[in-house]
Design a protein around this ligand. Structure first.
Ligand SMILES: [Zn+2]
Length: 179
């Protein structure tokens, strides 16, 4: 009874360990352990520094990427991260929980960043809409101003005409009084 339970546990443990290894490998390839160029980042003492075997570009990667595959930032070729002398790869495998936590954090940050981007896109669209409304309203105002200026000129012209008529009437009255 005890023996069979132990066997079952052993099988389950193996399965979950295998699953974790796969997750870790994809994490190394895509998310947290992407190789960086030397110029871009400050090299930590724990980083593994090596040359791409395809293009010779100097690569720098977090020590947790040791023994895993990643892509060269320069030529994009798949490269195997070397395991430094004296480094026990088992030490890394002992603590997959830490890496998984990092992976989940990265994923959460990625999602939050996506949400933020979507939010900002909404804001940008709102602003664009508002801007086109303002532009329309500005054009309408300009149009109205032109209309008002035209009307004002018309009023001025009528006023001048009225003045001229008044002048003529005044002259006629004066002429009449002289008779
Ligand atoms: Zn390369």
């Amino acid at each position: 009874m005890n023996d069979s339970t132990d066997d079952l546990n052993a099988i389950e443990t193996n399965d979950s360990a295998k699953g974790e290894a796969e997750v870790l490998e994809s994490a190394a390839g895509t998310v947290s352990l992407t190789a960086e160029t030397e110029d871009d980042v400050e090299i930590r003492p724990t980083d593994i520094v090596f040359d791409c075997p395809h293009c010779g570009h100097n690569l720098c990667i977090d020590y947790r990427g040791a023994g895993l595959q990643t892509n060269c930032v320069e030529c994009g070729a798949a490269v195997l991260v070397p395991i430094p002398d004296g480094m026990k790869i088992d030490d890394l495998d002992l603590n997959p929980g830490e890496l998984l936590t990092q992976l989940f954090q990265t994923r959460r940050m990625l999602q939050e960043a996506r949400d933020k981007i979507a939010e900002m896109e909404d804001t940008i669209n709102d602003l664009k809409l508002r801007r086109s409304e303002l532009e329309k309203s500005r054009l309408a105002t300009l149009h109205r101003c032109a209309e008002l200026a035209g009307m004002s000129q018309g009023v001025q012209k009528l006023q001048n005409e009225a003045m001229a008529v008044m002048g003529r009437i005044t002259a006629l009255i004066a002429e009449e009084q002289q008779h």
